[in-house]
Design a protein around this ligand. Structure first.
Ligand code: TMP
Length: 208
């Protein structure tokens, strides 16, 4: 069960190069223009400890990293971010806009790497203290198109095979089918403006 908190928790998800970071920024700009109290963060990262963990996770020199280590580092970064920023902000009634959250671990380490999804959900519920996004935008784009958009040099995760990234994309679509109320799938090939309008319309309905 998701906790009931005063604020609004919005997350963005998608595979590499889907355009979500641009949309996160556009949404935060819109909310600020509406004079809303907004916290814009990203995962893994967003605060000192979690940004340090991000550097370890994405460093392409860390090729020997074991999958359980990878899962737990993503979770550790998340645990700190939830504790330090997300929960306090939601408790005081802010709008939290997060670039990636637990769905990323289910898609990338669960569906992508084959790690146990039930385990990921269970440890995920521990580190997130059972908070769930109120709404999640999943920007969906054919894998090869997304990968062609990302800049080089590629990080440790981006360097993985096309097949891996295809599994991530299909994993995301499966999660979205399981939770259609929370997760809104948006076709990522549309123009930046068209996507911005869809997101803003959905968010307007949720604003108090
Ligand atoms: P970003 O490029 O969107 O900032 O995300 C960093 C990378 O980390 C991206 O390749 C997706 C990956 N990732 C995971 O594999 N698992 C996770 O739980 C998260 C949050 C990100």
């Amino acid at each position: 069960m998701a906790k009931r908190l005063k604020g609004l928790f919005i997350t963005f998800e998608g595979s590499e190069g889907c355009g979500k970071s641009t949309q996160v920024k556009l949404l935060c700009d819109f909310l600020k223009r509406e004079k809303r109290d907004v916290l814009h963060i990203r995962e893994p990262g967003g605060i000192k400890i979690s940004e340090k963990i991000r550097t370890i996770l994405l460093d392409d020199k860390n090729k020997e990293m074991a999958r359980p280590c990878e899962v737990l580092l993503y979770m550790a970064a998340r645990a700190q971010l939830v504790h330090e920023k997300i929960l306090p902000a939601l408790r005081k009634g802010s709008i939290v806009v997060c670039d990636r959250f637990l769905d990323s671990t289910i898609a990338y380490q669960g569906y992508g790497c084959g790690e146990d999804i039930r385990f990921i959900r269970s440890i995920g519920s521990y580190v997130t203290q059972d908070i769930l996004p109120d709404i999640t935008f999943l920007l969906d784009l054919p894998t090869h198109k997304g990968l062609s958009r990302i800049q080089k040099p590629r990080d440790r995760i981006e360097q993985r095979s096309l097949q891996y990234h295809n599994r991530v994309r299909q994993g995301y679509l499966k999660i979205a089918r399981q939770e259609p109320k929370r997760i809104k799938v948006i076709a990522g090939h549309q123009s930046r403006e068209a996507i911005r309008r869809i997101i803003e319309n959905d968010i307007r309905k949720l604003l108090p």
